[in-house]
Design a protein around this ligand. Structure first.
Ligand code: MF3
Ligand code: CO
Length: 249
């Protein structure tokens, strides 16, 4: 499938979707504290999404049961909200959410520390977040998709972290997943040329240890093979002639 080019009008609609999604994340954030369950956070999200007149993009997607993915500690992505999963000091929690407004999807994730975390864990979150920012800087007309991928890989591997291979970012628009795939590993100067009107969901998934992951028997939850902690940050980013426009900021 070809990479879809969005008009300015379509990007404006995606910005509205992205802005609503940011409001969902902002509603959840103050509640990400010790003693709260991941299901408590799901309920906050569901309420906020309804209040905004949006649709939860993940719920029902290939049978996924929830509006949020809530991935704790060694869980990489696609952890499912659970009333029995109570957050405690020293944990980390990745919250991934997508919404649809007026037919347009947006997708964003953030990893939070729960109270005090170890310096190594703090560094994992900081480096993963910084790698997303570096990738966003590469989203300019005339660049290559490999520039985006390499920005994540080069920074994270230089810091000794494992870059997950099995899950990747993606184009996004009238579907959650469009072409192209946006790997978090790649070679500068390679891959499709970046054009104005492309919209990418860039989502580094980075492990404190090795890059290997596997999916649990629940069919969804991806975890690190070595049980090291994993971080996930994601933004939906439009490429415009004036540079990257982060739609979920
Ligand atoms: N950000 C993830 C993605 O791009 C979220 C999808 S979770 C699912 O695929 F539950 F909807 F599959
Ligand atoms: Co995504």
């Amino acid at each position: 499938m070809a990479i879809m080019i969005k008009t300015l009008h379509e990007i404006e609609k995606m910005r509205i979707s992205g802005k609503a999604l940011r409001q969902v994340h902002d509603a959840i954030a103050p509640h990400v504290i010790p003693g709260v369950s991941t299901m408590d956070l799901e309920e906050i999200a569901v309420r906020k999404i309804a209040e905004l007149g949006a649709i939860a993009a993940f719920k029902g997607y290939h049978g996924y049961p929830s509006a949020l993915c809530t991935s704790v500690n060694e869980e990489v992505v696609h952890g499912m909200p659970n009333a029995k999963r109570i957050l405690k000091e020293g944990d980390i929690l990745s919250i991934d959410c997508g919404v649809i407004i007026d037919g347009f999807y947006s997708d964003a994730a953030v990893t939070y520390p729960i109270g005090e975390v170890t310096p190594e864990t703090r560094k994992l979150l900081d480096v993963t977040s910084a790698s997303l920012e570096r990738a966003i800087e590469q989203c300019k007309v005339g660049g290559r998709l490999g520039d985006v991928s390499a920005a994540v890989q080069d920074l994270c591997e230089a810091e000794g972290f494992g870059v997950v291979r099995e899950f990747v970012g993606h184009g996004i628009g009238r579907s959650m997943h469009e072409d192209p795939q946006v790997p978090n590993f790649g070679v500068r100067g390679k891959g499709p040329r970046l054009k104005a009107g492309m919209v990418l969901a860039i989502e580094p998934m980075i492990n404190a240890g090795g890059p290997e992951v596997h999916v649990l028997k629940d069919g969804w939850t991806a975890v690190t093979d070595d049980s090291s902690f994993s971080a996930h940050f994601e933004h939906t980013v439009a490429i415009t002639k004036d540079g990257p426009m982060v739609l979920t900021r």
